[in-house]
Design a protein around this ligand. Structure first.
Ligand code: ADP
Length: 179
């Protein structure tokens, strides 16, 4: 069978079409966003992110999103605001220590961010404004009522993110050497 080279290389960048991709092109990953909800899968994603950061010479930004508590109309806003403020403060505190607890070098973490809002929305927004090169996120394979009603944060991040997303799934084959 005769293969038309023009057809095969259509859609490739010029250097790929000329076979230079493996030597002339490199992945440029300088900043990695790691959304953390403090669950075990999100800590595992952080461990993957630390290895990516080391291999690519990148820096990590850890992000936790505090979901605002619904404020009933009949209640004064003040106590709820206080509650959210406390949650934000506690999350900032917790986020600052999480990398150290996993044995991740301090120098790899550039920023610890706490935002308030809907997690997938804040994660996608942060990636866009920070010009993140890669998001590394976990998925829990949730099947319960919360998942049915609220959907998956990870699925939505994949759909809305402005950069590539690396998903660490529970129970998958490890690709970390030395495990
Ligand atoms: P799934 O997407 O598998 O249904 P979740 O939606 O509960 O499960 O969360 C998946 C991942 O999304 C978490 O491991 C975490 O990385 C990220 N995530 C979820 N909620 C938050 C949050 N409030 N702040 C930061 N990251 C979050």
């Amino acid at each position: 069978m005769k293969i038309n080279i023009k057809t095969v290389t259509r859609g490739c960048r010029p250097s790929q079409a000329s076979g230079k991709s493996s030597t002339a092109q490199r992945l440029k990953i300088r900043s990695i966003l790691v959304p953390i909800d403090f669950s075990a899968p999100s800590i595992k994603a952080l461990e993957y992110a630390a290895l990516f950061a080391k291999q690519f010479g990148a820096k990590l930004t850890l992000l936790h999103v505090v979901e605002p508590t619904g404020t009933p109309d009949f209640m004064a806003a003040f106590p709820i605001v206080m509650e959210n403020d406390e949650l934000v403060r506690a999350s900032e505190e917790h986020l600052r220590t999480v990398a150290g607890k996993c044995g991740i070098e301090r120098g790899l973490v550039e920023k610890n961010l706490v935002r308030t809002g809907v997690p997938y929305h804040e994660i996608a927004n942060a990636a866009r404004t920070l010009k993140t090169d890669l998001i590394i996120i976990a998925t829990h394979r949730n099947t319960g009522l919360k998942h049915f009603l609220l959907g998956s944060t990870t699925e939505r991040v994949v759909r809305h993110a402005s950069c590539p997303v690396f998903v660490v799934r529970e129970g998958e084959r490890e690709v970390i050497e030395g495990i």
